[in-house]
Design a protein around this ligand. Structure first.
Ligand code: ZN
Length: 614
């Protein structure tokens, strides 16, 4: 993203498949160039489906003008300039026409022309001005090619499938406005999105996932479950957690703080603003100032900035005392809130925000401690994932490209030590990983954990990043066994990442049904009638005393209504209490997962809940 040096900074933002939106609907991002996509059979098919779409549109709307129509990660799109606005309902008609044309079994043929011939051809078929602009944008010396099927011809580099009969399993999905060439000074065109697959099964599976992603969209669930609120009066990208959302957040925070204490971290609290010079020292200002808020300049010349990262504060805490090799590794942690400017078009729910809190820490260590410390970090990550019930994940090891002397911090020995320590750490733990050359940050290699959610979407959740550079920039030292000063290596790490993003992820992953330990309301007590309130209140008090988050729902609504309410709010347990329960000290239990469990003594329920919490 924005090239900040801190792992914890790079990490909370990029969502791989669902970049930007955190839902499958968000996958369909415009591409900056028409031809920036890999050549794979699926991309060919989708690119051909885009042509088929354009052909269908021209048959139905002969005066439509074509923009660009590339394949994308999960389908394809084509941009059109229509003389009349298109409606969602029109997509069906266009789709039908596409099927009809596909069945004409037209060969898809490539033609190469000179520039002059190309321009004449485009003018002859009336595809001005957009196709002419695209033609002019093709670099000198590049071959100019068209693809033709039946009467339809399009300026295109290809490649395509051989015949329209190969395009069988496709669907048009949605309409959107898109500025010509992504520039808001240009005309707004109509973009039609679609997808295509090799089999009906794959298509249906994808459409199902798309529906499921809509159902799980954390922005929708966040509203329905009363978790968070985004208000234009407060500002875009600045979500506010409602009581239930704040509860989930607090439980997550308490969990990670306890785990970090066990793992030898010391927690600090540092201010969310800082002197701008701190970021001049780190080298981030002015290079990444586009992602920072502008400095606040005071009369005496002091410049303060909302911090975009916590690292420098922690470096200065390290530096505040003389450190010896015996003190290392020194682990300084903080739930640190940071501020980054994101363009308003990129903001989305809890996933892309302008202010977020990182489960941050900086570990200062000797080079020979890298392997053990990385393993220590992986253990913590595993503990976190186990608790969150994340089972499908893989490790990505980002290494430098040794030939690229310009990009990477120049210390061959340090790179070799660090990279082999990282590999050994993973090998010894028997973990499978995917190593990528040339993906490291300029100051050190890193290990990211990519988690697949229940829909198979990948999210970069945790990160462990080595850094050889900041200790130099901030002049950090420790006294070695030899009595001489040495530079520590720094690890930036964040197992949870940003709490905002993690919550967005968890809401979608669990579809709002948080596990018992994380559920904002764990138990709801529902008295059947007014005369059962008192017993209901006793039950509530017993559970609250035992440490459960419990609500007495004695609203003047029917029992049926209240049961449905807690079902839709995904409350893990409902306790229904009436005459029989009050007499016998019992509760009638309905579990979210297992349905009606019948009556049981309150003590038995408490035991059951404790067992489930583990
Ligand atoms: Zn950092």
């Amino acid at each position: 993203m924005n090239g900040f040096s801190c792992a914890a900074l790079e990490m909370p933002i990029g969502v791989k498949l669902c970049r930007g939106k955190g839902s499958l609907a968000g996958i369909m991002q415009p591409m900056s160039r028409q031809y920036d996509y890999p050549d794979s059979p699926l991309y060919r098919l989708r690119h051909s489906a885009a042509h088929l779409l354009a052909q269908a549109v021209l048959e139905l709307y002969p005066d439509a003008k074509l923009g660009v129509g590339p394949p994308i990660d999960n389908g394809f799109y084509y941009d059109f300039d229509f003389s009349q606005p298109l409606r969602e309902e029109d997509l069906q008609k266009i789709e039908q026409k596409m099927h009809e044309i596909a069945q004409r079994e037209l060969d898809i043929v490539r033609l190469e022309t000179s520039r002059e011939e190309a321009e004449k051809l485009i003018r002859d078929i009336g595809q001005v001005p957009y196709k002419i602009e695209l033609l002019h944008a093709i670099p000198e010396g590049e071959t100019i090619s068209f693809y033709k099927q039946g009467d339809f011809i399009d300026l295109c580099r290809g490649p395509h499938v051989a015949n329209t009969r190969e395009i069988k399993h496709f669907k048009l999905l949605s309409l959107a406005g898109a500025y010509w060439r992504g520039d808001e000074r240009n005309k707004m065109l109509t973009r039609i999105y679609g997808t295509a697959f090799f089999s009906q099964e794959e298509l249906e599976d994808y459409l199902h996932k798309l529906e499921e992603a809509k159902r799980r969209d954390h922005r929708k669930l966040g509203r329905e479950l009363g978790l968070f609120l985004i208000s234009p009066e407060v500002g875009s990208g600045l979500p506010m957690l409602l009581p239930k959302g704040a509860t989930v957040r607090r439980v997550l925070e308490e969990f990670i703080l306890q785990e970090e204490l066990k793992a030898g971290y010391q927690h600090v609290r540092t201010p969310e603003i800082a002197n701008l010079n701190l970021y001049r020292t780190s080298g981030h200002y002015p290079y990444y100032k586009d992602s920072m808020y502008p400095p606040m300049v005071f009369e005496d010349g002091e410049e303060l900035i909302l911090r975009p990262m916590n690292c420098p504060h922690h470096f200065l805490i390290y530096k505040s005392e003389p450190r010896s090799y015996r003190d290392l590794p020194l682990r300084i942690a903080e739930l640190g809130t940071v501020y980054r400017y994101e363009k308003s078009g990129e903001l989305s729910g809890l996933i892309r925000v302008r202010c977020f809190t990182i489960n941050d820490a900086h570990v200062f260590l000797r080079p020979e401690q890298i392997k053990a410390e990385v393993q220590h970090n992986i253990e913590l990550i595993n503990t976190v994932y186990k608790r969150l019930n994340l089972t499908d994940f893989w490790y990505r090891l980002s290494l430098r490209d040794p030939a690229d002397k310009e990009k990477y911090y120049d210390d061959d020995q340090m790179w070799e030590t660090a990279e082999s320590a990282l590999r050994q750490a993973l090998d010894e733990l028997g973990l499978e990983y995917h190593a990528v050359r040339g993906e490291a940050a300029f100051y050190g290699p890193k290990l990211d954990v990519e988690v697949r959610d229940c829909l198979g979407r990948e999210w970069t959740v945790s990160t462990v990043q080595l850094d050889f550079l900041m200790a130099h920039r901030f002049d950090l030292e420790y006294t070695g066994e030899d009595g001489k000063p040495h530079r520590p290596v720094i690890i930036h790490r964040a197992p949870i990442g940003s709490f905002e993003r993690m919550m967005g992820f968890l809401i979608e992953h669990y579809a709002g049904a948080f596990p018992l330990w994380l559920a904002p309301v764990q138990v709801a007590v529902l008295p059947i009638a007014d005369r059962h309130h008192e017993y209901g209140a006793q039950v509530r008090a017993r559970l609250a005393e035992a440490g459960f988050r419990v609500e007495l729902d004695a609203r003047r609504e029917t029992l049926g209504y209240r049961i449905r309410y807690h079902q839709t709010h995904k409350t893990p347990y409902m306790l229904i209490v009436g005459d029989k329960e009050a007499e016998g000290g019992l509760v009638a239990v309905r579990s979210r997962e297992m349905g009606d469990l019948g009556q049981m003594p309150l003590d038995a329920l408490l035991e059951r809940l404790r067992a489930e919490l583990g």
